[in-house]
Ligand binder design. Structure first.
Ligand SMILES: Cc1cc2nc3c(=O)[nH]c(=O)nc-3n(C[C@H](O)[C@H](O)[C@H](O)COP(=O)(O)O)c2cc1C
Length: 194
């Protein structure tokens, strides 16, 4: 158990994905479970908090998400760059990626979706918003965030804190072909003099 995990108020949940981190989408249904990487996710509604995630129609993840009506968003820290790339480069349809990579997941309290603790720094439990007319047409999935949590060493009081002493926990942002930019150099905007 990571002793640094703290609940995040739903009103602050959008901030966890606001800056476009690569996320791990987890899912489970009928005794099967899966995890894939997603670079494309964003907040889309304030209250209740809703997000959009692009989950390719052809992925095994999409199948499990549609079948179960839920998914988890686990945000990997920089230490999980290799694993994030790996689970985004292979299908879980035949081989269980959790077993293959020794990933430990526990069911989320709200929806029971698999949540990856080790190396991840924030977690969202999401209920799929069903759109039968669009399910076959679009890769984008909309969902309501029903629970959120974060590692207080990197996200506390509703804000990220990227510092030199916690770089392994910084979020990663996919540039393509397995290259990631790590969230590092924070720029504080100053008021312009009128
Ligand atoms: C860093 C990274 C980011 C990715 N982002 C997305 C994404 O936003 N949406 C998507 O559908 N696939 C994305 N992919 C591809 C899926 O993760 C990939 O198709 C995966 O193998 C699907 O696994 P599954 O079939 O087991 O669900 C990404 C892959 C990588 C490596």
């Amino acid at each position: 158990m990571n002793p640094h995990v703290r609940p995040v108020a739903l009103e602050h949940a959008s901030r966890l994905v606001n800056h476009g981190p690569t996320v791990l989408v987890t899912s489970a249904h009928g005794g099967r479970r899966n995890v894939m990487a997603a670079a494309w996710s964003m907040p889309v509604e304030f209250t209740p908090p809703r997000i959009a995630v692009v989950i390719d129609k052809h992925t095994f993840t999409r199948e499990l998400v549609v079948a179960s009506g839920a998914f988890g968003i686990c945000i990997p820290g920089a230490a999980l760059a290799d694993l994030s790339y790996a689970v985004g480069s292979e299908s879980g349809r035949v081989t269980d990626k959790f077993d293959r990579h020794g990933i430990v997941a526990t069911p989320g309290r709200a929806l029971g979706v698999p949540l990856i603790e080790s190396g991840c720094i924030a977690w969202l439990e999401c209920r799929l918003i069903r759109e039968p007319h669009a399910e076959d047409a679009y890769d984008t999935c909309f969902a309501e965030v029903v629970a959120a949590a974060a590692d207080e060493r990197i996200f506390a009081n509703g804000h990220w804190s990227f510092r030199d002493d916690n770089t392994a926990l910084h979020t990663i942002h996919h540039l393509g072909a397995g290259k990631f930019a790590r969230a590092d150099a924070v720029v504080q905007a100053q008021r312009l003099k009128a």
